[in-house]
Design a protein. Structure first.
Length: 142
């Protein structure tokens, strides 16, 4: 593994964090139905965490000599609450895998600070995954 591979992995996750920020803001605006108030709060609350992740990733890419991406991953659209939550669950599960990959690469290239921060972000994304599964359970089975 190389520093360039770490930069690439960080940039892939940066694009995913941009996607998450847009996704949560958009979903809070378009969600409908009887659970709208709860879901709007859920979506809006997640924006702060994802923004902090993006800020760290962009800064770290630059510090490692790379150019932080400015392109988000595409945001899937729906107004159906169940579908929105399924999109969120999928993105959060992907984030857990991405941070696990970053941890592995960071370890191999000796970027231990990146490893520790990625572990923290992985834990946060795992919590988001759990919360999304709980929201789906009972109302909109995953």
């Amino acid at each position: 593994m190389s520093k360039d591979q770490l930069i690439a992995a960080l940039n892939r996750q940066l694009a995913a964090e941009y996607q998450a920020i847009i996704q949560y803001l958009h979903y809070a605006a378009v969600v409908t139905g009887p659970y709208r108030p709860e879901l709007v709060t859920f979506f809006q609350t997640e924006v702060a965490d994802e923004t902090l992740h993006a800020q760290y990733l962009a800064g770290k890419v630059a510090a490692l000599g790379g150019d932080p991406t400015t392109e988000p991953k595409a945001v899937p659209h729906s107004t159906d609450p169940r579908t929105l939550l399924q999109y969120v669950l999928s993105a959060e599960e992907e984030a857990v895998k991405a941070y696990a990959e970053i941890i592995k690469i960071a370890d191999e290239v000796g970027e231990y600070g990146v490893r520790i921060q990625a572990e923290n972000f992985l834990q946060e994304e795992a919590t988001h995954t759990d919360e999304t599964r709980k929201l789906l359970a009972g109302h909109w089975e995953a």
